[in-house]
Design a binder for this molecule. Structure first.
Ligand code: FCB
Length: 473
């Protein structure tokens, strides 16, 4: 059953006076977490790299999408972003100096296969090989994601993820990367947030490739999941001892009221938001309730596909940002649901509810319902309207509080029996936030996009003290 997480605002662990009596609200310390816990930051290729025309990189669907007026709020693109393609040594120095022991990044498929498949671009692989070496030299365990939304445009022109051929192309890509990096990379994430690929990209049209069709979106979901399962096998075949998983965006849900109609709507929404991905990955096939609702729009599934999708994984990546409140909405979409904005809650500048208790509830629910061997929070973070002071500081107290409270939530989840083995903050750097452009800053490190100057924010300083075992309170 979906979680009905409640906004219990207890004592605040981000406040220095946080109650000593109740351990769950004490300011977290690194020593509270198990030895070997992964502490990382996450980034993704298109959001940070820039250098879109360098060293043989092909066009991605995001290059094309950004070039269409009206798609990106500030009419920007990832053309330059954080210029990480050139500045990565200094950026990895920042990650090391924070005290991280892991780093999540993504591999731009169009750098490896500029046309999606066929001719491999060795310079693309060379870049990621150097990047991985740079991580290892700095004590950062590499956690690559193979697909963080930047499909080669050449594949999109042939139908993209709606075409079954793209599955085979993805497996070839995974194999090529695993062959080159597998001697040094042991942890592999296949896809980042398939829900976003599917819904933002193919139903709502607010992300690349900007399609708006339910049947297409659902066929895409099936191909993305299938490509995950087959890529897990391909990675394992290439890399002895590899650990593979996927990163899902998951949400704890509440119903807008206690009425049976709203509660049923919450369950229906859970069917697409969470279970549509969790169920098949865990060998249960697509959830029957959602499948029946989607009627003729359901995807074509071939014999053997569901078994392939359910390839055993070594960990589940959970990207957690916010809970959702669901109301019954007759006539609205196939599921007849509506997301209603939360009232009287703390929110980030994006309007996302700040709910560390939601993270605990979500992690407990996933553990209870699916029993993954290991869970890592592969993304968690917040955007606020940062202000640079006259002397160049960014005192992002709200982001610091958000981080403290979510680390306390992570500790609480472990105490409740969640097999949580890592936490990756989104993000190391302010970066290109998709359809929002550069207006939404999520970094622990501020980036001046005019000069490319990096400045550690207050939140980053707090995290650094935490990771170095100093009393950060
Ligand atoms: C997630 C994405 C990530 C970033 C954060 C804010 O959905 O995976 O790339 O945009 O949201």
């Amino acid at each position: 059953m979906p979680v009905t997480a409640q906004a219990q605002h207890g004592p605040d662990p981000s406040s220095p006076q946080a109650g000593a009596a109740d351990d769950s609200h004490r300011v977290p310390r690194r020593a509270d977490f198990p030895a070997g816990f992964r502490w990382g930051c996450s980034t993704s290729a298109y959001q940070v790299e820039g250098a879109v025309a360098e060293d043989g990189r092909g066009e991605s669907i995001w290059d094309r999408f950004c070039a269409t007026p009206g798609n990106i709020r500030d009419a920007s693109s990832g053309d330059f972003a954080c210029d990480h393609y050139h500045r990565w040594p200094a950026d990895l120095d920042l990650a090391r100096d924070l005290g991280l022991n892991a780093y999540r990044f993504s591999i731009a498929w169009p750098r490896i296969f500029p046309q999606g498949r066929g001719a491999l671009n060795p310079k693309g692989l060379d870049f990621y090989s150097r990047l991985v070496d740079g991580m290892l030299e700095r004590g950062l365990e590499p956690w690559p994601t193979l697909y963080h939304w930047d499909l080669p445009q050449a594949l999109e022109s042939r139908g993209g993820w709606a075409e079954r051929d793209t599955v085979a192309a993805f497996v070839e890509f995974a194999d090529a990367v695993a062959r080159r990096l597998g001697d040094r990379v042991k942890h592999w994430i296949t896809h980042n947030e398939p829900w976003c690929t599917v819904m933002h990209g193919h139903l709502e049209g607010v992300h690349a490739p900007g399609r708006k069709d339910l049947a297409t979106a659902l066929q895409v979901s099936h191909h993305v999941l299938l490509s995950h399962g087959l890529a897990v096998d391909a990675i394992r075949a290439r890399v002895p001892g590899a650990r593979a998983g996927i990163a899902l965006s998951l949400h704890p849900l509440r119903s807008a009221s206690a009425s049976p109609e709203d509660r049923a709507a919450m369950t229906r929404h859970d069917g697409i938001r969470n279970r549509w991905f969790l169920d098949p990955l865990h060998g249960r096939g697509y959830p029957r309730d959602a499948w029946e609702r989607f009627g003729a729009a359901v995807p074509a599934v071939r014999a053997g596909d569901l078994e392939a999708i359910a390839a055993p994984t070594d960990f589940l990546g959970v990207n957690y940002y916010f809970p959702e409140i669901v109301a019954n909405a007759p006539g609205e979409g196939a599921l007849e649901t509506r997301i209603v904005p939360p009232e009287a809650v703390e929110r980030t500048a994006f309007g996302w509810e700040v709910s560390p208790e939601g993270m605990v509830a979500l992690l407990e629910r996933v553990t209870r319902d699916y029993r993954p061997a290991r869970i890592l929070v592969t993304e968690n973070g917040s955007t606020y309207d940062d202000v640079v002071t006259a002397d160049g500081r960014i005192d992002d107290e709200q982001r610091r509080r958000y981080l403290v409270r979510h680390l306390a939530a992570a500790r609480q989840a472990i105490a409740a029996g969640v097999p949580l083995e890592g936490y990756f903050a989104w993000s190391l750097l302010d970066n290109f936030e998709w359809a929002e452009g550069y207006g939404r800053r999520f970094g622990l490190v501020h980036v001046d996009f005019g000069t490319q100057k990096r400045t550690l924010k207050l939140s980053g300083k707090w995290f650094r003290a935490f990771l170095h075992g100093r009393d950060p309170a």
